[in-house]
Ligand binder design. Structure first.
Ligand SMILES: [Zn+2]
Ligand SMILES: [Zn+2]
Length: 97
């Protein structure tokens, strides 16, 4: 299991849990992406490895690299340097408790 960090925008209060590295779940690897459709940080399946489960490893599911919230395919890798997806201000990592 990968771990997540919580980032908070000090300007607008937007916060999101961000994967520190892609998480290899059994069906698909998920990673945090910046969705330009709904201007949010979302958890997006980026690599499918459950082909054996459905008996056809050539099938590439349509949900890959799509925002699960708004179904936009306009998702990009996000780095804290990119700032808040809502307002573009600096996001800071919330202290671990
Ligand atoms: Zn913001
Ligand atoms: Zn979206």
């Amino acid at each position: 299991m990968s771990t997540t960090s919580k980032y908070i925008c000090n300007a607008c209060g937007y916060s999101a849990e961000v994967w520190n590295e892609p998480d290899k779940a059994p069906i698909a690897t998920v990673d945090t992406r910046h969705c330009l459709g709904c201007k949010s940080l979302v958890e997006v399946p980026i690599e499918f490895h459950g082909g054996g489960l459905i008996g056809d490893s050539d099938v590439v599911p349509s949900f890959l690299n799509r925002c699960p919230e708004c179904n936009s395919s306009n998702v990009q890798p996000w780095n804290v340097r990119d700032g808040c997806p809502k307002c573009g201000e600096v996001m800071t990592q919330e202290a671990q408790v």
